[in-house]
Design a protein around this ligand. Sequence first.
Ligand SMILES: Nc1ncnc2c1ncn2[C@@H]1O[C@H](COP(=O)(O)OP(=O)(O)OP(=O)(O)O)[C@@H](O)[C@H]1O
Length: 255
Amino acid sequence: MSMQPYLLAAEGLNKSFSGFQAIRDLNFALEKGELRTVIGPNGAGKTTFLDLITGRTKPDSGTLHFEQTHDLLRMNEYQIYRLGIGRKFQTPTVYTDHSVRENLLLSLAGSRSIWHSLVGRVKREQEERMDEILQTIKLTERAHAKAGSLAHGQKQWLEIGMLLAQDAKLLLVDEPAAGMTDEETHRTGELLLSLAGKHTIVVIEHDMTFVRQISQGRIVTVLHQGNVLCEGAVDKVQNDERVIEVYLGRKKKAA
Ligand SMILES: Nc1ncnc2c1ncn2[C@@H]1O[C@H](COP(=O)(O)OP(=O)(O)OP(=O)(O)O)[C@@H](O)[C@H]1O
């Protein structure tokens, strides 16, 4: 057992939508530097769980703490964002008319206003940070291209770069491989792996080839009906009878 304090800890979370329980007595703990993949069949509660972390939705009961001392349930969405919890949605939300570099600049922590970011003097350390991020997301050569002209995969990488520019301590990444070619998917996996350790990341994903790529030696969490069905190494969860059952929708044998 590691002695690391948890970066994020959820205990006994419940959330119902007009009688339908989307999250059910959910416990989840994440250590700093982890790259955690969360899988589960449609409707398992994955998106709702991210909504609870970012404050978009409030639970009916339970506790949710960040860096132990921050009670996320007492904070609003903006406060949680300012705390360093960044989210990348499935569809890219970049400023299409601005360059890749400007998109990063707009996200840089400490940028005062959009106007100021674009017309004001860019500090040397900001330049260096952007160069570093451009290299990380492999878009150095596209730095001055309009974000709208990027390929789908590149837009997703730019968005991950924008989370890095925000200095997000926790990156929530929702189905990054959706709509990507196999090669883009593989490169996205490499990008996330290069960030692990330095950053803490939660990835929600369906593509099992991708999940296997990014979760070697790490923990995978399987959600089902709003609860953790199984957690552990990817081989363990893929061979777990209960996991196979919920994915294949096999009926339980009568006892
Ligand atoms: N705002 C809402 N109002 C009503 N029901 C909701 C709401 N949000 C989610 N639900 C329901 O809660 C359940 C869990 O949804 P959620 O989107 O969290 O699952 P998911 O694991 O992300 O699924 P998918 O893989 O399909 O994205 C679904 O049955 C959904 O219909």
